[in-house]
Design a protein around this ligand. Structure first.
Ligand SMILES: [Zn+2]
Length: 286
């Protein structure tokens, strides 16, 4: 097996912190807000226009296919797309009776949210009233991501591995839409749903940088504090350790690299308050 895109050599991995409190599954733009903040955020009354927009987005979701080779490319990084195509996600939404609605997400920058106890996928109401093709595509991609969280046991607890698996979904859908509609995504200025969400991750996952440093930086920033893995989303073992290099140079799954980078970031933070406390006391001259 040849070189593995997106994988840097494995470095020393510090011990992982204990799992913290459950976090909400993080939409496309955030991953670390407490669930209660969103529970308090209210529903908004769905207008017939809202329903028409979301129905069109669901229809687009059901048409999504993965481009040849994309799944294999992601799996070599240790990222496993939750579905084989958009039809599977659409069927899951229908079979589980998941409500898809616009919702008031307060000040949250998240584009969308899976809320397990409400069996609901919420799209940020900032995107209401926009039936442009670009926004419909982008909502369908966000739905693909959130349906990934709803799959399996569909709990509220996410992880770095789970986010990667779901970020892969919006990335795959975005790449498909770019092929069937070459004009889509060329102008992203009007919508953070595109520029900060679906378009961004398509660029980051398929960055020519073989070490995927920009992707790692972004996921560290957004999801680094989540547990490494969660039920149904174990960190995969990457195989094919070259004999010549041995296990020390074995590629690390992307989620592991992200957790390691997050940890290194934490331990290298300035600790001024502590170091100041350890300074010898000084006394005014008497
Ligand atoms: Zn997510």
């Amino acid at each position: 097996m040849g070189s593995i895109p997106g994988i840097s050599i494995n470095r020393y991995t510090p011990p992982l912190p204990p799992r913290g409190n459950p976090f909400v599954t993080g939409g496309l733009a955030t991953g670390a807000a407490p669930l209660s903040a969103y529970n308090q955020a209210g529903s908004v009354v769905q207008t017939s226009q809202d329903q028409a927009i979301l129905q069109q987005a669901l229809t687009l979701l059901g048409q999504v296919r993965h481009l040849p080779g994309d799944d294999e490319y992601l799996k070599r990084m240790g990222v496993y797309p939750v579905f084989q195509n958009g039809q599977q996600a659409l069927q899951l939404i229908q079979q589980k009776g998941i409500r898809v609605e616009f919702g008031d997400m307060g000040d949250s920058p998240a584009h969308a949210q899976w809320i397990a106890e409400q069996n609901r996928i919420m799209i940020n109401q900032r995107y209401r009233g926009d039936s442009s093709p670009a926004t419909l595509y982008a909502i369908s991609e966000a739905l693909y991501h959130e349906a990934g969280h709803a799959a399996g046991n569909g709990d509220d607890q996410s992880s770095i591995q789970e986010e990667l698996n779901c970020l892969a979904l919006n990335t795959l859908a975005h790449r498909f839409h770019r092929v069937i509609n070459p004009y889509y995504g060329q102008s992203v200025a009007h919508s953070p749903l595109l520029s900060d969400g679906v378009t961004l991750y398509a660029q980051l996952f398929f960055d020519p940088d073989p070490q995927k440093r920009a992707l790692i930086r972004r996921v560290v920033q957004k999801y680094g504090d989540l547990p490494l893995e969660s039920p149904g989303h174990p960190v995969p073992r990457l195989l094919s350790v070259p004999r010549s290099t041995g296990p020390i140079n074995a590629p690390a799954p992307l989620a592991q690299q992200i957790k390691t980078a997050y940890w290194l970031q934490q331990v290298s933070r300035p600790i001024n308050p502590i170091s100041q406390a350890l300074q010898p006391a000084t006394f005014p001259a008497s």
